[in-house]
Design a protein around this ligand. Structure first.
Ligand SMILES: Nc1ncnc2c1ncn2[C@@H]1O[C@H](COP(=O)(O)OP(=O)(O)OP(=O)(O)O)[C@@H](O)[C@H]1O
Ligand SMILES: O=C(O)c1ccc[n+]([C@@H]2O[C@H](COP(=O)([O-])O)[C@@H](O)[C@H]2O)c1
Length: 228
């Protein structure tokens, strides 16, 4: 499963788990992009940060692993290169490429689309807000599968962090902690350009929210004020 994973969230993990079960896959290899050329207009987090968040998010599942092929290759990431590298690493394996409905709809604009389907069987998964279809793709090249609908996006996660809102339970706990520790997605607060929105764009006013409680922290509401 390829992705920018900026950050990886539970929508990615549930989709991967579901496809693994439906297709009886031995392993799901998450492949964070090096430079996602179609997302370069916004500042993408460093590849090492996205790689490490993916490692953290997948560590608890023995069937999940993370590949560095796209991160280490350098330059813009093209799936044709990803699949060729994975074939070299796993010469006896049959490859499946898992992709969401939004990415699948863009696939005809990817590099060497005509050769992609010889290298892997593509699996398109449902995603809330997007239509899943394979109208323009070669017959039999893609399987379409329904996965549990999680309306989570990395864009929304970044936006929430930037506005000081919680991302607990949208991303794995370890990823929340990594984001906090590395100060990811807070660029605008630090006076740098916004991550995930145009630098000149108008912003909604910051909501005045209490500090985010970490799970396990005891909330401190005034119990007298809670109606019975
Ligand atoms: N909630 C989701 N449900 C199913 N598939 C998803 C979901 N979120 C992302 N995907 C799929 O996972 C792959 C990697 O997605 P990506 O890393 O770009 O995350 P994203 O949430 O789409 O990010 P962004 O909001 O920054 O565009 C893509 O194929 C995408 O379609
Ligand atoms: O090969 C291409 O030209 C190409 C163009 C856009 C996206 N992709 C791949 O699609 C996957 C999901 O990408 P993204 O941008 O939605 O995170 C990821 O593995 C990308 O490398 C590939």
């Amino acid at each position: 499963m390829g992705g920018t994973f900026d950050p990886i969230h539970h929508g990615h993990l549930v989709a991967a788990s579901e496809v693994a079960e439906l297709f009886g896959l031995d392993e799901v290899v998450f492949v964070p992009t090096g430079q996602p050329w179609q997302k370069s207009e916004r500042g993408v987090s460093p590849a090492e940060d996205r790689y490490l968040m993916t490692v953290i998010a997948t560590a608890s599942n023995p069937r999940f692993s993370v590949s560095r092929v796209d991160v280490d290759r350098g330059g813009p990431t093209y799936t044709i290169d990803t699949l060729q590298d994975l074939h070299r690493e796993h010469p006896d394996s049959e490859l499946f490429f898992i992709t969401g409905a939004d990415a699948l709809a863009q696939i005809v604009g990817w590099r060497d689309t005509d050769k992609l389907f010889d290298l892997a069987h593509f699996v398109g998964v449902t995603r809330p807000g997007y239509q899943l279809g394979d109208a323009d793709l070669p017959p039999g090249a893609v399987s379409l599968v329904e996965v549990p609908a999680l309306a989570i996006s990395s864009t929304d996660c970044r936006d929430r962090v930037q506005r000081g809102r919680p991302v607990w339970y949208l991303v794995p706990d370890g990823v929340v902690q990594y984001i906090e520790k590395r100060g990811l997605y807070r660029a605008e607060r630090a006076g740098r350009p916004a991550v995930g929105r145009p630098a000149t764009g108008r912003r909604a006013p910051e909501p005045t929210l209490p500090d985010d409680p970490a799970p396990g922290d005891t909330p401190s509401p005034d119990l007298q004020e809670i109606p019975r």
